[in-house]
Design a protein around this ligand. Sequence first.
Ligand SMILES: *[C@@H]1O[C@H](CO)[C@@H](O)[C@H](O)[C@H]1NC(C)=O
Ligand SMILES: *[C@@H]1O[C@H](CO)[C@@H](O)[C@H](O)[C@H]1NC(C)=O
Ligand SMILES: *[C@@H]1O[C@H](CO)[C@@H](O)[C@H](O)[C@H]1NC(C)=O
Ligand SMILES: *[C@@H]1O[C@H](CO)[C@@H](O)[C@H](O)[C@H]1NC(C)=O
Ligand SMILES: *[C@@H]1O[C@H](CO)[C@@H](O)[C@H](O)[C@H]1NC(C)=O
Ligand SMILES: *[C@@H]1O[C@H](CO)[C@@H](O)[C@H](O)[C@H]1NC(C)=O
Ligand SMILES: *[C@@H]1O[C@H](CO)[C@@H](O)[C@H](O)[C@H]1NC(C)=O
Ligand SMILES: *[C@@H]1O[C@H](CO)[C@@H](O)[C@H](O)[C@H]1NC(C)=O
Length: 405
Amino acid sequence: MNTQSNHGAAHVQACALMVIFAITICEKIPDAHVTCNFSMDCVLPCQFKPADVEAIQWYRQNALIHSFLNGSEMLDQQNERYRGRTSLFREEFTQGNASLLLKHSDIHDRGRYKCHVRTALGDQESVVITKVEAPIRSLTLHMTGPGRYEEVMCSSQNIYPAPQLWWSTDPVVPADALKPTTRKTANEQGLYSVESTQRRLGNLSDFTYICNLNLSYGSQMWKASLREREIYTVSGKTLTIPCLTPRTFKLHNFSLTWTFTKANKTTVILMFDSLSHQTSNLWENQARVDPDQVLSGNGSLQLQNLESSAQTGTYSCAFSASNIQHLVHNHISFTAAATGGHQSNLWIIAVVIAALVLFIAGIAVYTSRKESHPQPGRTEAEGTIEIHNVRKETGENTTRDNEVL
Ligand SMILES: *[C@@H]1O[C@H](CO)[C@@H](O)[C@H](O)[C@H]1NC(C)=O
Ligand SMILES: *[C@@H]1O[C@H](CO)[C@@H](O)[C@H](O)[C@H]1NC(C)=O
Ligand SMILES: *[C@@H]1O[C@H](CO)[C@@H](O)[C@H](O)[C@H]1NC(C)=O
Ligand SMILES: *[C@@H]1O[C@H](CO)[C@@H](O)[C@H](O)[C@H]1NC(C)=O
Ligand SMILES: *[C@@H]1O[C@H](CO)[C@@H](O)[C@H](O)[C@H]1NC(C)=O
Ligand SMILES: *[C@@H]1O[C@H](CO)[C@@H](O)[C@H](O)[C@H]1NC(C)=O
Ligand SMILES: *[C@@H]1O[C@H](CO)[C@@H](O)[C@H](O)[C@H]1NC(C)=O
Ligand SMILES: *[C@@H]1O[C@H](CO)[C@@H](O)[C@H](O)[C@H]1NC(C)=O
């Protein structure tokens, strides 16, 4: 603020001197504001009343960074940091455009720049306030810690200026219930990495953890949320696996992806795109989502005829938009009570078969005893019983797996 008004006063003085040349160029030129992307090229704007250019000088905080005089670049006085990184657009001079191209910007390029132009109409000066930003490009949130699910960790890298990170939960808890440990570190280029760890609250399935990350200039706001949930179910039923985005999430232009993970192998179940309203479903006969519900943030998956052996695993739901992500891992197990019915049937069958085999073996032993070979015959018979039993059970399992697939 202060610098701006000082500059204003200086400008009025300059105008008084220039009145002799031309009154029109004395209009107050407002400061321009530019945000450069870290490591990218950046154009610092400068406009003047079109006339033959005698000289253009660019300064950053009083250091000369580019100079053009009498038709050629004069770069011997140029500040070292800018060597080879600056140029003007000569073809634009006739349009009154003296903008400077600054290549490969870095965080030391932020500051106050001055563009000084001399033409036949007189001198003109304008100011460009330049910021440099390394935008947030990703946000990672996952469960970690000694028991694998003890802590929630949120991290992001290569950001400038230093970002602000804060946690929230759904359902909401008092702010003092959250005691995250947050570390920000800068690398040799001045870019920040941030890593924050929050202890899990309550039981695993109780909360959605939300990690929020703001760029200090307020130009970017990222959110990632994570929920782990344990679900116990029974075979053969229809199950609705919930996946609701936190109420504070406003999602536009997003995709929803459901995946299934078993023994480290992940397969896609279905994908939904909010722009086209298209669902591509790879488990067509078993899985579905309600597109209207999905558009309002309810991505719940309905699954039919779940079978314990093949479908025990993690069902993950991911809502992804450009800077918002919501992830739910549903760990589905089948309760003993559910499969119990099935298993006890198998067990009864096995016992019946075993009894039958024993009975037959008994007869065989009895017969062989009559032929006076008591001991070897008996061991053989017992061995056969076990083999029969094992064969029977594995046989049953194989057919069940096949039915599911
Ligand atoms: C900077 O990069 C972001 C994304 O990478 C882009 O959206 C934005 O337009 C870029 N800004 C400039 C000034 O190039
Ligand atoms: C630029 O050219 C003008 C007129 O042609 C001349 O008066 C002036 O001295 C020159 N300036 C420099 C620095 O060469
Ligand atoms: C000045 O020229 C540069 C380079 O062509 C261009 O990016 C910029 O938009 C121009 N400025 C104006 C105000 O036309
Ligand atoms: C966690 O779950 C167990 C068993 O379901 C329950 O007894 C306990 O009260 C729960 N703890 C909390 C903090 O909710
Ligand atoms: C983060 O940014 C958003 C929008 O840019 C703003 O409304 C919010 O107040 C910011 N929060 C913090 C803690 O800076
Ligand atoms: C929607 O997002 C996709 C990818 O994130 C992007 O390619 C596309 O341009 C976006 N469309 C609109 C209308 O924002
Ligand atoms: C899954 O992968 C992790 C590490 O990559 C390994 O420790 C674990 O044993 C694997 N689990 C299974 C069931 O393959
Ligand atoms: C979410 O959608 C499912 C159907 O896909 C529905 O059964 C469930 O009630 C919905 N939940 C909420 C909270 O709206």
